[in-house]
Design a protein around this ligand. Structure first.
Ligand code: FUC
Length: 734
């Protein structure tokens, strides 16, 4: 698209919409469209408080708010590994809230926006000279969904409110309340209640709808919950949720809308505002476009650095929305789902997807959003142990898991033997960034140690004494055989992290020695005949193979066994392999992984190629990531791409803080603040024309006392005081 055309479109919008101007300044935080959503997956806007989430459509004649609660799942402990609806189960659609309006007036100035810095969806339009505004949010402090409808003139709202459960439940209605409840086949009880408050006009029940007429404004609050508790000993089942819902709605009724909104925004911003990012300015004309046209302009070859920044922050926004302390972890779709049989059950996938959901948690300064992962994995230990013993015999200690699992410790499709070691890495990383010793000793170390025990019992000795993981398969790729690189790398990572953890806690000296000895015997990385990093023990990688999984690169990212600074030859072999995997891939999560991998290999332009793919090919108009362009929403790509971008700006995996290790030309001038580095550091960086301008390293209260900061091949050793900050500039690295 020509700049001239863009300008014409933009000035058209400016002339049409006074609503436009007020948002121009906040363009980095706003996703907007000039029409209602025609499609759940691509156009509706997601909101969530970690547990309760919704998709807002913004229809003019009828609003639709589809909602979910993260625990509404069929299925059970599923010790047999059945991958059908019975044992494994499916994540469910909770239901829909509809507001039908009695109006046929023509509409102008329609604008629907998601402000990710406030976590509010706002819909505004005009009909016959009256301005209408709807605002919706899901509050974490109040645990409810709130939607408020106002108008510039009195008495304008007439219509009906309907509440429809996802399984044909019967909705009962009183003069200001709509309710449905149900019980799933696994015994889980659930209920949703909606309370409506009107100013002016009347509200009355009519059959299973609530009729409002001549109202000045409406405030709709929705509470929904299940009887799920994250406790295996209680068979995952607690009290019926009704009392909780009534309490949540009663408490909300005592607060004004303004109070509910400001409490919500404050709570969201306490997390969201920790990180700011700027990659440069987009042309005003392009910024003024609705997001679908803006994405088209990018596909037409126009640069849009503010879109790069928006996508970056969007990953952070989504994690805050679907993973908060006390909630379940983010599943394949976060917590959003409009079906009762979503793709792959919307489950927890252990061969890349669940891990990728959390790659950004620490580095993007959302460490507490990581907690739901540890909670569910810890709560699932007993059923995981049982299933492991059933499959591998009573004598085996520890546990491993299958590729898919649910919130009841139940597992589905196919054993994925090294997955528990990969999960263990997350437990370690949470410590590595935050250095909370209490958490390390009570939560992380016991988990790491138990997975190590599994491998002590499961590793196989080759005739020459070396150790291999038996029966591996580079996920979804290789044949089943011993010593697959992915498995070997994961076990190396597990043993290394466990040794570090024991050192930090000053415990288990003897066990540390044992692990270190075993680690020394593991079959290690190998460089094959075309200079590639081998995916298998046998040198048979096909240079034409462009499989989406790059499992043998785990050691490069998110692992640290292979790095440019410590193992340059293996790093080069990894680059050869990754180059061969090509640039044609269109799978969202695979693009994200390759972004991070190329960043670790310090190839800024290749890293950016994959970042850009995520924007130009995989982003829907609501900025969700399609697993393939235009189809099957999967949230891992959204999370992974933010994590990948961080690796381009800051790395801390190789015992040093590396500033701007892979800064691409597209982000020549910019800044970032609030990124986290291992060792309890927070880092702000400003750069100009491709070069470091200034960086500030803030030492947290548990920070390491000394750290090496690297930029462009030279290192600066810093001694730091917890709680203090050090600022370095370009000249410090000459
Ligand atoms: C893995 C991938 C698929 C998909 C699925 C949910 O198995 O190989 O592409 O992302 O997870």
């Amino acid at each position: 698209m020509e700049a001239g055309t863009l300008k014409t479109i933009a000035s058209g919008i400016l002339a049409l919409s006074p609503l436009f101007c007020q948002h121009l300044a906040a363009a980095d935080d706003v996703v907007f469209l000039d029409k209602p959503a025609a499609n759940w997956e691509k156009e509706a806007f997601p909101l969530g408080n970690g547990r309760l989430g919704c998709m807002v459509f913004g229809g003019i004649d009828a609003e639709r708010i589809q909602f979910n609660v993260d625990s509404l799942w069929t299925g059970d402990e599923n010790l047999t590994g059945d991958y059908g609806a019975t044992g494994m189960g499916f994540y469910q659609n909770f239901g829909n809230l509809y507001v039908d309006f009695d109006t046929e007036e023509p509409t102008t100035k329609y604008r629907r926006e998601l402000n990710i810095s406030r976590a509010v969806v706002r819909i505004a339009y005009e009909q016959s000279g009256t301005e209408y505004v709807r605002e919706t949010f899901c509050s974490h402090p109040d645990q409810i969904l709130v939607s408020r409808l106002t108008a510039s003139a009195k008495g304008q709202y007439s219509g009906r409110i309907r509440l429809a459960g996802g399984r044909e439940e019967r909705t009962s209605v009183t003069e200001n309340r709509l309710t449905f409840a149900g019980t799933l086949t696994n015994g889980m009880e659930y209920e949703a209640q909606v309370v409506v408050a009107a100013e002016g006009g009347t509200l009355k029940a009519d059959g299973n709808t609530l009729v409002f007429s001549g109202c000045d404004s409406l405030t709709i609050t929705l509470a929904a919950e299940t009887s799920y508790v994250m406790d295996y000993a209680k068979n995952w089942k607690g009290e019926h949720p009704r009392a909780i819902l009534i309490e949540q709605l009663n408490q909300a009724a005592e607060k004004s809308y303004a109070q509910l909104l400001s409490t919500h925004v404050e709570d969201h911003q306490a997390l969201y505002n920790r990180v700011t990012i700027e990659f440069g300015k987009t042309a005003d004309a392009q910024l003024a476009l609705p997001i679908d046209q803006r994405l088209q302009a990018i596909r037409d070859g126009n640069a849009d650095p503010q879109m790069d920044a928006l996508l970056f922050q969007y990953g952070r926004y989504l994690l805050i929305a679907c993973s908060r302390p006390g909630s379940l972890p983010a599943n394949l779709q976060g917590l959003w789902n409009d079906r009762n049989n979503p793709p792959w059950h919307a489950d927890y996938h252990s061969n890349i997807n669940l891990q990728m959901n959390y790659w950004l948690a620490e580095s993007a300064n959302l460490a507490e959003c990581h907690e739901p992962l540890f909670d569910l994995l810890t709560a699932s230990l007993e059923p995981f142990r049982k299933a492991t013993k059933l499959a591998y015999g009573d004598k085996i200690r520890g546990f491993t898991i299958r590729t898919s699992h649910n919130p009841f410790g139940g597992m589905g499709w196919k054993w994925n033997i090294p997955a528990s070691a990969w999960y263990a890495q997350h437990f370690w990383e949470h410590y590595s960034f935050g250095r909370d010793q209490e958490y390390l000793s009570t939560v992380a170390y016991p988990y790491l140690k138990e997975v190590c025990q599994y491998w002590e019992d499961h590793l196989k000795k080759l005739p020459d004494g070396r150790l291999v993981a038996p029966d591996g398969w580079s996920p979804e790729h290789g044949p089943t055989e011993d010593g697959v690189s992915h498995d070997q790398q994961l076990i190396w990572d597990l043993f290394t992290n466990t040794i570090h953890a024991a050192e930090e806690l000053d415990v288990d000296a003897e066990y540390r020695r044992k692990l270190s000895e075993m680690r020394g015997k593991l079959v290690g990385p190998k460089i094959g005949k075309w200079g590639q990093l081998q995916e298998w023990m046998v040198d048979r990688d096909d240079p034409k193979d462009q499989h989406r999984h790059v499992s043998h690169m785990f050691a490069v990212y998110p692992g640290c066994q292979i790095s440019r600074s410590k193992t340059p030859e293996f790093a080069e072999a990894a680059a050869v392999s990754l180059e061969a995997r090509g640039f044609g891939t269109v799978v969202g999560w695979s693009n994200a992984w390759k972004t991070a991998l190329w960043a670790r290999l310090r190839d800024a332009e290749r890293a950016y190629t994959f970042y850009h793919k995520e924007v130009s090919a995989n982003a829907y108009p609501n900025l969700w990531n399609g697993c393939w362009p235009g189809r099957v929403f999967q949230i891992d790509g959204n999370f992974g791409i933010t994590a990948g971008a961080i690796e381009m700006l800051l790395q801390s995996h190789a015992d040093e803080i590396h500033l701007l290790p892979a800064l691409p030309k597209a982000w020549a001038t910019g800044s970032v603040s609030g990124l986290r580095a291992r060792g309890d550091f927070t880092v702000d960086i400003r750069w100009k024309e491709g070069q470091l301008d200034e960086a500030t390293i803030h030492a947290g209260r548990r920070a390491l006392r000394s750290v090496s900061v690297v930029y462009s091949g030279s290192a600066k050793e810093l001694n730091v005081e917890p709680g203090l900050a050090v600022t370095l500039s370009f000249t410090d690295f000459r």
